[in-house]
Design a protein around this ligand. Sequence first.
Ligand SMILES: C[S@@+](CC[C@H](N)C(=O)[O-])C[C@H]1O[C@@H](n2cnc3c(N)ncnc32)[C@H](O)[C@@H]1O
Length: 291
Amino acid sequence: MNHSLIEQIAENWKLAASPVRPGHLVVDFFRRALPSGTGWSGLVQGATPEAIDLMVSRGAERIVSMDLHLETMEAMRTLAKEDWSRVKTVVGDWTEDKPDFRGAFDIVISDGGPHFLPFPAGWTQLFENTHRQLAPGGKAVVRMWVEPKGFPPFREYFEDAVNRFEEERRDRTEDEQKSMFIEFVSEAKSACLVGSVDPDGRIVEERMWPAFQLLEEDLRAKYGSGPLEAVVSALFDRTNPVGEDGAHLTSAPGQDLFRPVLEDAGFSVDVTVLDETHLPSWTLVVTATKV
Ligand SMILES: C[S@@+](CC[C@H](N)C(=O)[O-])C[C@H]1O[C@@H](n2cnc3c(N)ncnc32)[C@H](O)[C@@H]1O
């Protein structure tokens, strides 16, 4: 196990906020979706600390966290607020059928997992397998994002975002300003993706580069030295070591595209839009109930 990599991943993750990590509306949604009582079991696809903490605090009998990347899971463990001694971490592929997981979970939580798989083939495999892993009546609760419609050009969005941040940070302590900056930067980084999704749901990474370049130049010029420097350099100076084989956002299909895929896999589908960022209609939580 690579311990310095674990530390680096954990440090990077501490400097991320919604929509890179689940914000409070998403966490509340996950909380409400959990089964009540005891004796239930939950699977987290990934190692989202917020989701695992919720399952621990709500008394799940069995909690499994699965990811392709061991160091990511270990890094997330260092961010735990609850006691994860009973959480079983499994290195594995979410799309792979594991006989001991069949029908084993009352709830599966995924914080954006499908976006790392190609659409539609990877999503079909993922949701067919998730369906297999759920107990009768069980549900998968999945945070996703879709491209906002009528979004302004990145330059315009970004100017507004900088002004908003500058306005809001006045008279705040240094720690508060840092948290606000982490939120602003996480959102701006995600906004670079707007306009990069093909009609078939595929993300074309090169299309986000002009926005990403503008973001880098501007953030370095304005905040590249001083108390917010660490956040800027976490974004641009460190390679992203998280799960090298699965860390690239690959797809972001709209509802009209992904709904039939989930229904064909055997789910009834309910979609809730949660406006927890300044990217309108960006965050969705999909509740897929096994029928
Ligand atoms: C940005 S990272 C972590 C984000 C996620 N929101 C979380 O908190 O766990 C995405 C993770 O997805 C994992 N991943 C991608 N495709 C996967 C797959 N098919 N099976 C298991 N893990 C996968 C990667 O290894 C990586 O750790």
